[in-house]
Each structure stands twice: as C-alpha cells, then as structure tokens.
Design a protein. Sequence first.
Length: 243
Amino acid sequence: MYTGERSDAPEQPSHVAIIMDGNGRWAESRGLPRLQGHKRGADRVREIVEACPDLAITHLTLFAFSTENWKRPPSEVIGLMRLFRRYIKKEGARLVAEGVRVRFIGGREALDADLRALMAGLEMQTAGNDQLHLTVAINYGGRDEILRATRRVAEAVRAGRLLATEISPEVIERHLDTAGLPDPDLILRTSGEFRVSGFLPWQSAYSEFAFVDTRWPDFTAEIFAAQVRGFARRERRFGAVAG
Ligand code: FPP
C-alpha cells in the first residue's frame, strides 16, 4: 500500500516477498533433471508457508513463474505448470484448513483453462481466510503488470469515469494485480544473484532487500527465520532522517 510515510522502525517484517531462485542449479549440481529441483522447491514452499505464523508474517508473496520463463524448454514449462496444478490440488485443502488466503497475480490469459480454473477455485475457497495472505505470482512481470494497470486506468479516463488529473499513486495501485495488499517490507532472493528480475517494481519502492546464497531447494525455515530477524535489526527511514 502506498503511504509515502515513515513507519516506526525497526520492526518485524509483516510482508515478505521471495524470488525462489536456484532450483535448476540445485538439480544440475546433483546430475538430476531440472524438474527435480522444481519439485524439491515446491516442498520448500510448504515449509516456508508453515513457518510464517511463528514469525508474525501476515503476507507472503512468491515469484513462481515470470513472463520471461516461457523461453525455457517446453518440457520445463510444461513440468512447472503440472507442478502448479499438483500444488493446488494437493495443498489446497490444507491451505483452506489453515486459514490461508491465496491469491494469484500475473497475466492469466496465457495459462491453460484448467489451471486458471484451479487457481480461481482456490482463490474463492480461501477468500474468507486471513491467517496468512499467500500471493503466488504466475506469468508475472512487473512491467507487464504496470502496462495492464495503465491500460485499465486509460480506459477509465476514456470512458469518463476518471479525470487524467485524478490519477494518483493510489489510483495506480488500485489497478495493479496486488490491489489491496500491503507493500512488501522485505524482498528476499535465494541462490546468490543480485537482481530483482521484474518482481514487484512498483510495490518494492521502499522495501528492504536480502540476497542469500542458498539455493531455493535448500532454503529452510531456519534460514528464513534468520533473514527475518536480520531485517528487524535494520532501520527503515522511507526517505526521512533517523529520529
Ligand atoms: C527459479 O529457479 C525457480 C522457478 C523458475 C520456479 C519456481 C517454482 C517452484 C519453487 C515450484 C513450485 C512453486 C509453487 C508456488 C508451488 P531456476 O530454475 O531459475 O534456477 P536456476 O537459476 O538455478 O536455473
């Protein structure tokens, strides 16, 4: 959520967003097919989701598939899509029971109809939950999200529902896929790369970043907790001076 204000710092991160990187390298370094790394990565998703309540994390956002990931070999893309289906079918009931609210962000039209239906079904089933807000980015790219939001804002102006002078950060935010979600406090990337790959560019304007060497399939709840504790020691100023 856009506030542009200084918050009380230091604090516990309540929204953590993760770029789950390194599945392929994890598998290749063991002589395994890359998909084995993704499968192991899916197991980590469960572990990290379950770790959130104890860490007072109320929002977890995961980058599962980017708009660039379609360029991977078809077998890997198909395997990942199969993994998303399986995750929803296998974990869906547990997420419902544990009070997790699931949302998906990203362009859906490029996804198969059956996967889209599973995603919409889980969103509906969990709509009343609020123990943890789990947002999964599939076919997500930050530029693509901002482009789609801009088109919707332009359409509102064209239709006379909005004046161009009324376009504010709040208006843009309401048209993003993440409308209604708070901005991430901490963005974490695994596997040692120092880049953000188009993940939440609008929403991360005031986020802290953490880059860890561990590959996602080896990323445990303990490592997660250590990163969260490290965040709590930082002081966030949101452009203001220390008080
Ligand atoms: C990046 O590793 C990871 C992905 C592109 C896929 C992330 C997907 C999962 C963790 C599986 C399941 C997810 C959910 C939400 C059920 P990479 O393949 O880019 O690794 P590399 O950089 O080592 O090649």
